[in-house]
Design a protein around this ligand. Structure first.
Ligand code: S3P
Length: 169
């Protein structure tokens, strides 16, 4: 049986949107791990960070991602920090075909600047916060099976690339 597809990378790159499209086109299940965490607690991610703290969120994130990886025939969109956790990363690398979606940070900034959904990027200096996270994370994101440079690609192009690789597996 084919492995699951996992999309990872920085917030705002489009992991959930793209995962949903790939899943639909390939008749696979779409799993958004952040949405599942929100459902489990009936709280938005920003609220979980505020009320329970990031450490709590990361523990729940690990549980939810590991649970999702056990499912089959799925396209899984991870939250931006999930792959940084070694337990999650090892499980992803073992059980799935993983794609790092990479994009210029200016684009990410524009997309998320006015959005209050991302606790690690709200407030002043979003661009500095994003740059710092990216610099800390890029060498880890790089461990994914494939990197897709999304800068000059349309959504459809990115989806095609993912499906092409998936179909050959
Ligand atoms: C985070 C990214 C978010 C969410 C949480 C933490 C991160 O997901 O999991 O706010 O550490 O980069 P998206 O990448 O879907 O925005």
């Amino acid at each position: 049986m084919k492995k699951n597809v996992v999309l990872l990378g920085m917030m705002g790159v489009g992991k959930s949107t793209l995962a949903r499209i790939v899943a639909k086109k390939q008749n696979l299940k779409f799993i958004d791990t952040d949405s599942n965490i929100e459902k489990n607690f009936s709280m938005k991610i920003s609220e979980i960070f505020k009320k329970k703290g990031e450490d709590f969120f990361r523990i729940e994130e690990e549980k939810v991602v590991l649970e999702s990886l056990k499912k089959s025939k799925s396209v899984i969109a991870l939250g931006g920090g999930a792959f940084i956790n070694k337990v999650i990363r090892d499980a992803v690398l073992k059980n799935s075909i993983s794609f790092w979606l990479d994009i210029n940070l200016d684009i990410i900034n524009k997309r998320i600047k006015w959005n209050k959904k991302r606790p690690l990027a709200i407030g002043k200096n979003t661009n500095v916060k994003i740059r710092k996270l990216y610099d800390q994370r890029k060498s880890i994101y790089k461990l994914a099976n494939y990197k897709i440079d999304c800068n000059k690609l349309s959504k459809e192009d990115i989806v095609k690339k993912i499906i092409n690789i998936y179909e050959k597996k």
